[in-house]
Design a binder for this molecule. Sequence first.
Ligand SMILES: [Ca+2]
Ligand SMILES: [Ca+2]
Ligand SMILES: [Ca+2]
Length: 183
Amino acid sequence: MRPRWLLLAVSVICLLVLAPATALSAGLPLDLGGQVWYDTNQNGTQDAGEPGVSGMYVELFPNTDCTGSGVGNGITDANGFYLFPNVFMGDYCLEFSNIPVGWDITPQDQGLDDSIDSDVDPKTRQITGIALMNQDDLDEDMGLFEPVEEVEEFVPEPGTIMLLGSGLAGLAGYATLRWRERE
Ligand SMILES: [Ca+2]
Ligand SMILES: [Ca+2]
Ligand SMILES: [Ca+2]
């Protein structure tokens, strides 16, 4: 049987360890932020050498689904970082805008490391359901990329009649020769 003084000592130590966390839960303001980056290889995670994207707008909503009026606006700096300082604990939602026309948002929540993944829903441009509790959250990120349109090269096969512009402008391969032979 353990002596009573040992149980008492353990209890006091536990109280001392938990004290800082209890103070935070009382409502000390926290930081909420992240980074917008250019996802060069479009894999949804920030790899070495993939740069930040500046000038992206971020709006902060005091609820889980970005409804109603926002309570703060941010813009990404030269390295793609944005920050809402001194935010109280609670539920939040972020909505991004000013994304260059033609750019896409990279796939959401790829991999296991939240510090390097993209958290934005590519369809809504929002991060919903952010629960800010007890500690700063600086991992609400967005990856962007500019899709490259693939242009298929057209190689006409022999016998193909090509219609260009307003009418019949050219013939390809040996079809050209056969056409002329018949004339
Ligand atoms: Ca990447
Ligand atoms: Ca994530
Ligand atoms: Ca993230």
